[in-house]
Design a protein around this ligand. Structure first.
Ligand code: SF4
Ligand code: SF4
Length: 157
């Protein structure tokens, strides 16, 4: 009999404790955002879609080596007059189907003060086809020598 009332006491106590937690939040202002009409500002180090700056990239390949999923590829620019490689890219491609948004490419990139490859705060980007996940930035006017067969998507820098 004692156990019976002890159980009722313990269950009631747990119930009241739970309701007290709920009650505390009941009168707090709502934080639900009516997306897409309203949007939150992502935190400073938010890892959104990668962006690339073809003007500052030196084709050093450090991001390619740092990427754990091997989703970055690039072709350095070769000056047609001298046939010498210069510190620029001809094209740069990211396969967003493999990218895990780890930021290792951005951390490896040596360009200052702004990294040539870096995460933006853009999270509103979707693709319907696998082919759209290959995003390629080309030097303009584009002297692309050999395009990859998978290159079907191009996103502005
Ligand atoms: S964020 Fe990570 S996975 Fe994506 S391209 Fe950069 S290094 Fe590769
Ligand atoms: S994006 Fe940065 S790390 Fe990658 S090749 Fe260009 S300069 Fe080098």
């Amino acid at each position: 009999m004692i156990n019976y009332f002890k159980t009722i006491y313990q269950v009631s106590k747990a119930l009241l404790q739970g309701m007290a937690v709920t009650g505390r939040w009941l009168f707090q202002p709502a934080i639900t955002v009516q997306y897409p009409d309203e949007k939150l500002t992502p935190p400073e180090r938010f890892r959104g879609t990668l962006v690339f700056d073809k003007e500052t990239c030196t084709a050093c390949n450090l991001c390619v080596k740092a990427c754990p999923t091997a989703c970055i590829s690039l072709e350095p620019y070769v000056d047609p007059a001298t046939q010498k490689r210069i510190a620029k890219v001809n094209w740069y491609q990211i396969d967003f189907g493999k990218c895990n948004y780890c930021r290792l490419c951005e951390e490896a990139c040596p360009t200052k003060p702004i990294k040539s490859v870096r995460h933006s705060h853009d999270y509103e980007w979707s693709m319907k086809e696998r082919s759209e996940m290959f995003v390629k930035w080309k030097r303009d006017p584009s002297p692309v020598i050999a395009d990859t067969p998978k290159d079907t998507g191009t996103k502005a820098a």
